[in-house]
Design a protein around this ligand. Structure first.
Ligand code: 6LW
Length: 518
């Protein structure tokens, strides 16, 4: 007899969604991630089964909560958040490493509105919150230290006390305290967020310690393995409504020739927890696991944003800030109008509306009315690593910025009026570009080899004809080249004048050979 087992695929939230933290309220789960230099900050997701997640907003969605001036470097800003629910209130605690440090915000409803920040004068990053039976609130931070705090005023009432800094790996961080039965468990990560990342745990009878380490530490790591999912760590745990335990954690999916490149940033994975002799053990993290008992699939997200709402969908993010006059969904109803705030994508301060690249094989298409503006689509890691397809003065160009080098690699003339821009990203093993693309790239100076993680192709369409402009090696828009904690973001921009976008499509394929082509 065939018994079918329901499974889910990892990552459960693809693309640049690192440092996940999760909590359960009844049968509902809420999850938050780091957002670094992007605004709005700390995306928040809802799920009924831990597998299917829908973004319901951003916790830090106004300047009084998150102010990131233009001099904030890439990969600074908002680091790892923790989300908890206590006494009918939601708490999110995080660090603005480019501001005053650790702070928490609270809300009645996870969709918000969330409060203005309550600052905590505590050293370290990756703050966590837990409550004891007396109602005292404990905050653990990287290091790892624990402090008793007043979450209303932010006052530190006791500590910080050094407790347990792991098994000796670098950067003891991402602490989470859990009061389970008679024990206080201190879950943490060490080894750094790169390939040596590991999850370890210790326990004590009191949050103050003394902590005894788990004999099986690290309880999860992929270091030194050839597993397709790497860098697993920065974990949080949650008990499902049916009593089973689950871990959410970050991981990467490097591709290409050694040392391999990861381009989607650190993503959110889900893996089951098993309890052995009073210790939670987890891993290895597989691309496919047996699913939790609850199963609540969601309809796939819409491919198109038609810009027919007055506020942007929650997945749109902008580097550092989104000044009031720089964008509008009402100036020309049904269009996103962008006003230039900075003259170049190579420095902070420009107008950019983007979304995370969440799949290795995907395609972005947008309809642009450039008018007199300089505007286009860009795939970015940061200001020093981006590929752009840009329209200005009757020409569409492809520009590559890689570290200190900036070069226009292709150009074609385009008629006045609206046109459609296409960015297609495919993994290197997939077949050459679709035969329906016509025209020749003017130059291909970067070459497309077999060694990169993927290929990024650019095309423009005016009327019925697509012009294939360039195909660039994706490795230069990877974390291994650009450095940092983020991942690729693809978006619309304007660096001169005013431009309007009619719609923006994001299509993806889990099967590269079936990737949709224009
Ligand atoms: C985060 C730290 C980490 O604060 O990376 O992977 C840092 N873990 O815990 C930035 O995300």
């Amino acid at each position: 007899m065939l018994i079918s087992v329901r499974t889910y695929d990892n990552p459960v939230i693809g693309g640049f969604h690192p440092d996940p933290s999760v909590c359960r309220v009844g049968e509902d789960y809420y999850l938050v991630c780091s957002s670094f230099e992007y605004f709005p900050g700390v995306p928040i997701f809802h799920s009924r089964d831990l597998v299917h997640w829908r973004q319901i907003g951003n916790v830090l969605d106004r300047p009084s909560q998150l102010h990131l001036p233009d001099d904030v470097p890439a990969s600074r800003g908002i680091y790892a958040p923790t989300i908890r629910h206590h006494d009918d209130r939601f708490y999110m605690i995080t660090t603005n490493v480019s501001g005053r440090g650790n702070f928490l915000v609270t809300a009645d409803r996870p969709e918000g509105p969330w409060s203005d920040p309550v600052w905590l004068d505590l050293p370290g990053i990756d703050p966590d919150l837990a409550w004891d039976d007396e109602g005292s609130c404990w905050c653990a931070t990287s290091g790892n230290h624990v402090a008793r705090v007043d979450p209303v005023t932010g006052k530190v009432l006791e500590g910080p006390l050094p407790v347990w800094s792991g098994t000796g790996g670098k950067y003891p961080e991402a602490p989470h305290l859990f009061h389970i039965g008679e024990w206080w468990y201190l879950l943490m990560s060490e080894g750094g967020t790169e390939r040596a990342h590991a999850v370890s745990i210790a326990r004590a009878r009191s949050p103050r310690g003394p902590y005894e380490p788990c004999p099986a530490n690290p309880i999860l790591t992929h270091r030194g393995t050839d597993r397709p999912i790497q860098s697993t760590g920065h974990a949080d745990m949650v008990q499902a409504a049916d009593g089973t335990w689950w871990m959410v954690l970050l991981g990467t999916r490097p591709r290409g020739h050694t040392p391999e490149f990861h381009v989607l940033g650190r993503e959110t994975f889900l893996t089951p927890v098993r309890w052995v002799d009073g210790w939670p053990l987890a891993g290895p993290v597989e691309a496919r696991h047996e699913a939790p008992a609850a199963w609540h699939p969601l309809p796939p997200p819409p491919v198109r944003d038609d810009f027919d709402t007055e506020t942007p969908a929650p997945y749109w993010i902008s580097p550092r800030s989104r000044p009031g006059g720089s964008w509008s969904l009402t100036e020309r109803p049904g269009w996103l109008t962008l006003h230039a705030t900075g003259p170049t994508l190579d420095r902070p301060g420009h107008t950019f509306f983007g979304r995370r690249q969440q799949h290795h094989d995907c395609r972005v298409t947008a309809r642009l009315e450039p008018g007199q503006a300089r505007a286009g689509l860009s795939v970015r890691l940061d200001e020093a690593h981006h590929y752009d397809i840009e329209v200005h003065d009757g020409e569409a160009s492809v520009i590559a910025r890689i570290g200190p080098l900036r070069q226009r690699v292709a150009r074609t003339s385009v008629p006045p009026g609206p046109l459609t821009l296409v960015i297609q990203i495919r993994t290197a093993e997939t077949p050459p570009p679709a035969p329906t693309l016509t025209g020749e790239a003017e130059t291909r100076p970067l070459g497309v080899g077999v060694h990169g993680p993927d290929v990024i192709a650019f095309a423009a369409r005016a009327g019925e004809e697509y012009v294939h402009l360039a195909e660039l090696d994706g490795r230069y828009l990877s974390t291994e080249v650009a450095t940092g904690f983020t991942g690729r973001v693809i978006g619309m921009y304007v660096t001169e004048g005013v431009a309007a976008f009619d719609w923006f499509d994001y299509e993806w394929s889990h099967d590269p050979s079936a990737a949709p082509c224009p």
